[in-house]
Design a protein around this ligand. Structure first.
Ligand code: FES
Ligand code: FES
Length: 157
């Protein structure tokens, strides 16, 4: 049994410890905002936060989150009020949208570590792949989110 808190809710999951966390989140808990892309830790579609740190759920065994707190895109805010979500909306970042949950989770983790990220910080942190090539809007949205945070927006979780 895996005991894990996801988006503030406690779960006891009767699953094998080696099951990818992504399967547990999507298929067992039913939170489908976190996406499957490559399944090999390369694309970032499946990005979540584990105890506040960015992680790729497709290559994280669910046993590794026993006793931990996981945040998915659904838990970033209750009403899209997180500064990263606000900035994403304002910059109209998504195209097909498939990669965007992971992009947003990666950006939120970046801004938590670096509230005023340099271009280098952004380039290093944002390794998620977007097939639609929304990279310029992603960067603009991260800068906008940093400005929102500086104005006293909700702290990035
Ligand atoms: S699906 Fe996890 S990194 Fe691509
Ligand atoms: S918006 Fe389509 S893959 Fe990124």
């Amino acid at each position: 049994m895996i005991a894990v808190t996801i988006n503030g809710r406690h779960h006891e999951l009767d699953v094998p410890a080696e099951m990818p966390l992504l399967w547990a989140i999507r298929d067992v808990v039913g939170l489908t905002g976190t996406k499957f892309g490559c399944g090999q830790g390369l694309c970032g579609c499946c990005s979540v936060h584990i105890d506040g740190r960015l992680a790729r759920a497709c290559v994280t065994p669910v046993g590794a989150v026993n006793g931990k707190h996981v945040t998915t895109i659904e838990g970033l805010s209750a009403d899209r009020s997180h500064p990263v979500q606000q900035a994403w909306i304002a910059e109209q970042v998504p195209q097909c949208g498939y990669c965007q949950s992971g992009q947003i989770m990666a950006a939120a983790a970046l801004l938590r570590r670096h509230p005023h990220p340099s271009d280098d910080d952004i380039n290093q942190a944002m390794s998620n792949i977007c097939r639609c090539g929304s990279y310029q809007r992603i960067r603009a949205a991260i800068r906008r989110a940093a400005a929102l945070l500086a104005q006293g927006g909700e702290e990035a979780s």
